[in-house]
Design a protein around this ligand. Structure first.
Ligand SMILES: *Cc1c(COP(=O)(O)O)cnc(C)c1O
Length: 416
């Protein structure tokens, strides 16, 4: 029921889907001139190696040995068959999940935090700045910086900083410096938009610092493809030729992309993105050029968006509250290569509880979106009498989200 592989089976190259997309990817545009951005616009924020990856047309990009050595501390992550969930659903579908919760930070995010810290360090950068909502990305980057002896400054949305102290404690344990954002308005609850603005301003104001982003961009999705590359091999070990359906939750698109992109070239594999109905970017947004941040400072990205000034209601799946989506994911949805669906959080927590009471692990509220869709697809397989192989991404554990479970169990969770 559980397929692990030895540490020498971590993929040695990332898979770049860009040359294999159904339609060419539209380039990011300069916000002033609306011309495609040139590398020099990005050099105050990112190292050259990451800018090259962002624009690369090579199918495989080698993973540096030093990065591999670190990933091997917890990778390959297990592929697990959810046999007890299958039994509870009485479904002929075979359900597998790829467990990214085993990383030190408890999610898939270190897969990109580690190479980002590595390339910055290699180009002489001593300090990284970033923003974080509930703290998942900030904790992954603090961990990565601690491994490369770099400073990490995290601007944390003030409301989370005050209400969710435990991820702040994780960041500080790894040596990160965490401040509430917006830094200059102590009565403002903050948003990802204000935190991005603070982090970018800080990075451009200092020669020794760069900025780091945890999702959305091409190079971030590239780094996450170790998930899908491993899962392909592990499914074969499990005796499956390939999945019929790959499902992932989608905030900015990095864990979904990491799992699904290595299957894009196979037309028989269906791909499904799951998002909250309160932030329905792919299912109800418009495909157009928009800013990546709410202050309107970043290049314009071609993506599904709810508008950069959209402020989603505060749901428990904080990692899925983003107004846009990765250009790569948006491209696949627009071309009809990937489907998207949305759920309200009550239905999502119902699925999380069913998973916890059959399989055991307590999923992150974000991850529970993928579980909701998996359960519904498995029920459909039962109704249609189809033996389907479903693979979903278990992006992280929910052990720092127990307040959300407490609210749900007490009947206090609002279905926004
Ligand atoms: C951050 C996060 C997400 C959402 O981000 P993506 O870039 O869409 O993957 C999902 N699950 C977990 C556990 C996260 O920490």
């Amino acid at each position: 029921m559980r397929w692990t592989m030895s540490s020498d089976r971590v993929p040695e190259a990332w898979y770049n889907v860009v040359p294999h997309l159904p339609e060419p990817l539209q380039p990011p545009l300069h916000p002033g001139t609306r011309e495609p951005v040139t590398p020099d616009l990005l050099t105050p924020l990112f190292p050259m190696a990451l800018i090259r990856q962002e624009m690369s047309a090579e199918t495989y990009i080698d993973i540096p040995g030093e990065v591999l050595d670190i990933l091997r501390m917890w990778r390959p992550t297990p592929l697990i068959r959810a046999r007890r969930l299958e039994q509870a659903l009485d479904t002929p579908a075979r359900i597998y999940f790829k467990d990214e919760s085993v990383s030190p930070a408890g999610s898939h995010k270190p897969n990109t935090a580690i190479p980002q810290a590595f390339y910055n360090k290699a180009e002489g950068v001593k300090r990284l700045t970033t923003e974080t909502g509930a703290g998942q990305w900030g904790s992954a980057l603090s961990y990565a910086c601690s491994l490369f002896d770099m400073e990490c400054k995290v601007y944390m949305v003030r409301a989370s900083y005050e209400q969710k102290p435990y991820r702040r404690v994780m960041m500080e344990t790894w040596g990160g410096e965490v401040v509430p954002s917006p830094i200059d308005q102590p009565d403002h609850p903050g948003s990802l938009g204000t935190a991005i603005t603070d982090a970018v301003r800080d990075a451009v104001s200092r020669d020794d610092s760069h900025y780091s982003l945890g999702s959305v961009l091409n190079h971030v999705l590239l780094h996450q493809t170790v998930i899908g590359l491993e899962a392909r091999e592990q499914l074969q070990l499990a005796g499956e030729e390939k999945p019929d359906l790959v499902i992932g939750c989608c905030g900015g698109g990095s864990n979904l992309g990491g799992l699904a992109l290595p299957f894009v070239a196979d037309p028989d594999v269906e791909l499904l993105a799951v998002e909250p109905s309160s932030c329905p970017t792919l299912t109800e947004g418009k495909f157009e050029y928009d800013f990546g941040d709410s202050a309107g400072m970043t290049p314009l990205l071609a993506m599904y968006t709810l508008g950069h000034d959209f402020i989603p209601p505060s749901i428990h799946a904080g990692g899925l509250r983003y107004h846009g989506d990765a250009p790569i994911i948006s491209n696949l949805v627009k071309a009809g290569r990937m489907r998207a669906t949305a759920y309200p959080q009550g239905k999502v927590f119902e699925a999380a509880i069913q998973f916890a009471r059959t399989q055991g692990p307590i999923p992150a509220p974000e991850t529970a979106h993928a579980i909701r869709a998996t359960i519904d697809e498995a029920i459909r397989a039962r109704e249609e009498g189809q033996e389907r192989v479903i693979l979903f991404g278990y992006s992280g554990h929910g052990l720092l989200d127990l307040q959300a479970y407490d609210d749900y169990l007490a009947g206090k969770l609002e279905d926004v």
